[in-house]
Ligand binder design. Structure first.
Ligand SMILES: Nc1ncnc2c1ncn2[C@@H]1O[C@H](COP(=O)(O)OP(=O)(O)OP(=O)(O)O)[C@@H](O)[C@H]1O
Ligand SMILES: [Mg+2]
Length: 367
């Protein structure tokens, strides 16, 4: 092989952990194991450590004494992106590296929830699994209130469960808005024609979306949804590396771990839904998630590793909630699903090897 290194592009937080010996949500021993099994060396660096035009980089590499050392090494040609890059400068640097022939996969960072919804809507077979979603505006809110009894209003771009508001019909003309303020839940009732200030402000913000609320199935009376890791594997195909449940904290309507949610295996959650069969639900979720990944992968270049939030109704009907470009994967670790946690680290590196071999075949073909 040309270059024995596979790059793992990390953010500043993870990078700072190399010195401390604690790399947050990244489990390096799994990357190292994938390296040993495939005869390559993982190397870790930030976007500022790699430059178009240069043939070397300074990166952390596992050294002799099982410690990570900074080494000057040949610039890797295949890079697994584990950072999140939003600035124009970062994006243009990534584009320059890609122009040089470097494959930096999962470089996606531009797609907002509304755009993802639009990409998925293009595929007719997926449409009935997508909650109705529109850009926030007063007109759209009125329209959505006339169609649905429960709505979610949330930022179109990442929130970790923050700023998510629920609006629900209580009776004919009466509604209630529920949101978090200073760690506690606030509920305000209102009549259809007289909206509270909070609602007017939020639906006037075009960076928010209004979405039909999926009637999520419950576990011990709290709604839950599923985190599904979908990744390209060692033969370049999409696979589901793990499915894990996230249960909302008592009284909450968001399941994010950052908002007090807890992660649990699907088998545990289905104990509260005895009419559903674990194997059937798992198969449905897997097929559905792969179809979503394939559809997104057709439109988003280099997409290879996503974490989907999928809701299921009490009848086991799957509905798409959102797609995370950089799944932190810790939901699996927190549910003690170590095989799945490991698979989420190993699979993208197997894909990296697949890309490397493909690259090589390509080069040999050109000679
Ligand atoms: N349409 C919906 N129906 C039911 N529940 C929803 C809906 N939208 C969001 N939720 C709940 O809120 C949680 C957070 O919403 P979502 O996953 O869309 O955004 P986020 O996690 O805050 O975004 P990000 O992952 O980008 O930080 C979901 O996991 C789900 O529990
Ligand atoms: Mg989410």
């Amino acid at each position: 092989m040309d270059c024995p290194y596979i790059g793992i592009l990390v953010d500043g937080l993870v990078y700072s952990g190399f010195k401390k010996g604690y790399t947050y949500f990244e489990c390096l021993p799994y990357y190292e194991e994938a390296g040993r099994n495939n005869h390559f060396i993982p190397c870790y660096f930030r976007l500022k450590d790699i430059n178009p035009g240069n043939s070397t980089i300074t990166a952390y590499v596992l050294g002799e004494g099982n410690n990570y050392d900074l080494q000057v090494i040949p610039k890797p040609t295949i890079i697994h992106n584990r950072g999140l890059f939003f600035t124009k400068m970062a994006r243009s640097k990534i584009a320059s590296l890609q122009k040089e022939g470097i494959i930096l996969f999962n470089s996606w960072n531009r797609y907002e929830k509304l755009q993802v919804h639009e990409l998925l809507t293009k595929k007719s077979s997926l449409r009935s699994y997508l909650p109705e979603t529109v850009k926030a505006s007063k007109d759209h809110m009125e329209e959505m209130m006339s169609k649905h009894d429960e709505l979610i209003i949330k930022p179109s771009s990442g929130s970790l469960g923050n700023s998510i508001i629920k609006v629900a019909k209580v009776s004919n003309e009466n509604w209630e808005i529920i949101f978090q303020k200073n760690k506690s839940l606030v509920k305000e009732s209102f009549a259809n024609i007289k909206w509270p200030e909070k609602l007017i402000t939020i639906v006037s913000n075009p960076r928010y979306i209004i979405q039909q609320r999926i009637p999520l199935a419950t576990y011990q009376a709290s709604p839950f949804d599923l985190r599904v890791s979908v990744q390209r594997n060692g033969i370049g195909e999409w696979q589901v590396s793990g499915i894990v449940g996230k249960v909302a904290q008592k009284g909450m309507y968001v399941t994010n771990l950052a908002k007090g949610g807890t992660s649990r295996p699907l088998s545990v959650l289905l104990q509260d839904l005895p009419h559903l069969n674990l194997e059937d639900v798992s198969t449905t979720i897997k097929n559905f998630s792969i179809e979503i990944a394939e559809q997104l992968g057709e439109h988003i270049p280099y997409l290879a590793d996503i974490g989907l939030d999928i809701g299921i109704t009490n009848e086991g009907f799957p509905m798409f909630i959102e797609c995370n470009a950089r799944d932190l994967r810790i939901t699996f670790r927190n549910a003690n699903m170590m095989d799945e946690w490991k698979a989420t680290h190993i699979t993208p590196l197997n894909y990296a090897i697949f890309l490397m071999k493909n690259n090589q075949k390509h080069k040999e073909g050109e000679q």
